[in-house]
Write a protein that binds this ligand. Structure first.
Ligand SMILES: Cc1cc2nc3c(=O)[nH]c(=O)nc-3n(C[C@H](O)[C@H](O)[C@H](O)COP(=O)(O)OP(=O)(O)OC[C@H]3O[C@@H](n4cnc5c(N)ncnc54)[C@H](O)[C@@H]3O)c2cc1C
Length: 497
């Protein structure tokens, strides 16, 4: 590559990742010729219906409002995720994980940490996360995340959406801004003398050349892994799930503002509310249960045992590539890696990958100067999310099947995760020490604390009343009142849609 802006970019793949890349690139580099080629024979994966606040950031970046895209994609708002039945400890059977970065946390988070510390010291105080966050209250009251204008705190929220419709919407947006869409099946890619991608050859004989290639070919990983031979690092020693079965169920009467993640015998099931249906799926490990058993269990769980509803079965390859940007190719989406969908992080990773690539490439005058730093950064994001998800399994409090027992006993966890767990058990200042030891990556201390306190990871010993019981009760009453009064600024979810 020379130090000049590419004239032609070819994106291979028209799933969510491909069209997100097309939109971001065309918004940023209007003078570059951008073409996207997708295969009709392969199609898109067609799952992935939950997001983090990064999807809002993406739409803000390309200048699309909620009103423009949400109705087209049967989308609903999301305040966070409920984790149900991951722990069988009395009082900790369920907890809610709100999104990070809300400024009202300034008032509520310190009290949460204070009571976690007190609980660690054996005091009988409420350290369950569900009492401490506005989003949890909003979710229980079916209130959406958009506050009245006068509300002084910022809110972060995600969405639920129909992924096929989102793809179509994004394709229209990108084409309206000048991206060319081609239908064609890439048979192979050809490299030049220095090992850069030169052109791809389609089955019908067409050759598509470009200066830069974006590999969004999904689990096929055509360019980066197959043509450029970039290595893949599997996460399967710490994340056992490798398959999913998916089926819809009837639209809810009242639209929830949360994804539910419900632990089943050998994995977990998602329940995602769209305006016209629920999306459901069971993510499981084929080492413990086969596809038929998983489908039957999901049908039982949904009350659809005898219903005429089609199920889709999917295989998942969990892990990441060693380098996301190599030579003149960037991989985005499933082609760069996949962490199972427990925290719905795939779109966030795609967005971060493209946005950071654009920034690094521009900053280095379109050279490869920052390629290594970029790859390290994206690897860190993947590994950080993996650690957080592994922690759900490692710290589960169920003992009903080998699957849950093996997950709890698994020693294949990263040094970072070991350190975080040590801090949880022993540090008098969990959040401060995470910062001090450089352990804050993809998830803030708030998220870690919600998970660990939500599962009831506290010393198992008799609890004592706090010395100043009245002061404690007063604090909790003030907290509850603060959250309830904040809640007055929010409308019912249904009114926002
Ligand atoms: C069970 C499951 C649940 C998920 N849940 C979530 C979630 O809740 N939230 C979230 O953010 N993500 C989720 N994901 C991930 C999400 O689905 C993907 O990250 C997202 O859809 C992007 O996929 P993609 O565009 O990389 O690949 P795909 O959608 O698979 O698209 C691949 C594209 O490449 C094209 N292609 C492939 N081979 C060729 C070829 N030879 N020639 C030309 N074109 C080709 C195909 O035609 C297609 O257009 C989930 C994934 C799974 C498996």
């Amino acid at each position: 590559m020379t130090n000049s802006k590419p004239n032609k970019i070819l994106i291979v793949g028209g799933g969510t990742a491909g069209w997100m890349a097309a939109n971001l690139l065309v918004s940023k580099w209007q003078d570059v010729e951008i073409t996207l080629v997708e295969s009709e024979d392969i199609g898109i994966i067609g799952v992935g219906e939950g997001s983090t606040p990064h999807l809002k950031l993406f739409f803000d970046t390309i200048g699309v409002s909620d009103e423009q895209w949400m109705p087209r994609c049967n989308a609903t708002y999301k305040n966070g995720i409920s984790f149900d039945n991951w722990s069988s400890l009395a009082g900790f059977e369920s907890y809610f994980h709100p999104f990070a970065a809300q400024t009202d946390d300034v008032f509520t988070l310190p009290l949460f940490f204070k009571h976690i510390r007190a609980r660690m010291q054996g005091l009988n105080v409420d350290a369950h996360p569900d009492r401490y966050f506005l989003e949890t209250y909003l979710t229980r009251q079916h209130l959406g995340p958009l506050p009245a204008e006068s509300f002084p705190f910022g809110m972060a929220y995600g969405y639920h959406f129909d992924s096929a419709r989102l793809g179509q919407f994004l394709a229209e947006q990108a084409q309206a801004k000048g991206v060319t869409r081609l239908i064609g099946h890439v048979a192979e890619a050809t490299l030049d003398q220095v090992g850069n991608l030169s052109y791809v050859q389609l089955n019908d004989g067409r050759q598509l050349a470009a200066d830069f290639f974006i590999d969004c070919s999904g689990f096929q990983a055509l360019l980066l892994q197959k043509s450029l031979n970039v290595g893949f690092r599997s996460y399967k020693d710490s994340l056992f799930n490798d398959a999913a079965v998916v089926m819809p169920s009837a639209a809810p009467q009242v639209l929830p503002v949360e994804t539910r993640s419900i632990a089943l015998s050998n994995g977990w099931a998602w329940k995602i509310p769209l305006t016209n249906r629920f999306g459901n799926g069971y993510v499981y490990s084929t080492g413990y249960i086969n596809a038929d058993q998983a489908e039957t269990e999901l049908r039982q769980h949904l009350g659809l045992l005898d219903a005429d509803v089609e199920a889709r079965h999917l295989a998942m390859r969990v892990g990441r590539v060693d380098k996301h940007w190599h030579k003149n190719c960037l991989a985005v989406g499933l082609s760069q890696g996949f962490i199972e969908p427990l925290e719905a992080t795939a779109i966030a990773l795609s967005f971060n990958t493209i946005a950071q690539f654009i920034q690094c490439f521009e900053q280095s005058q379109f050279s490869h100067q920052y390629q290594q730093a970029f790859n390290q950064n994206i690897n860190g994001r993947f590994d950080g999310i993996r650690d957080y998800i592994v922690c759900h399994y490692k710290m589960n409090r169920r003992a009903d099947t080998d699957y849950w027992r093996d997950n709890a006993a698994n020693q294949q966890i990263s040094d970072n995760l070991k350190q975080i767990l040590t801090l949880w058990h022993h540090s008098p200042d969990f959040a401060g020490d995470m910062l001090k030891h450089n352990l804050i990556g993809s998830y803030q201390p708030k998220s870690w604390a919600c998970m660990l306190a939500g599962y009831g990871i506290f010393p198992n010993r008799p609890l004592q009343q706090p010395a100043d019981l009245r002061a404690y009760q007063q604090e909790m009453a003030t907290l509850g009142d603060f959250i309830r009064r904040c809640g007055l600024n929010f409308k019912p979810h249904a009114e926002l849609l």
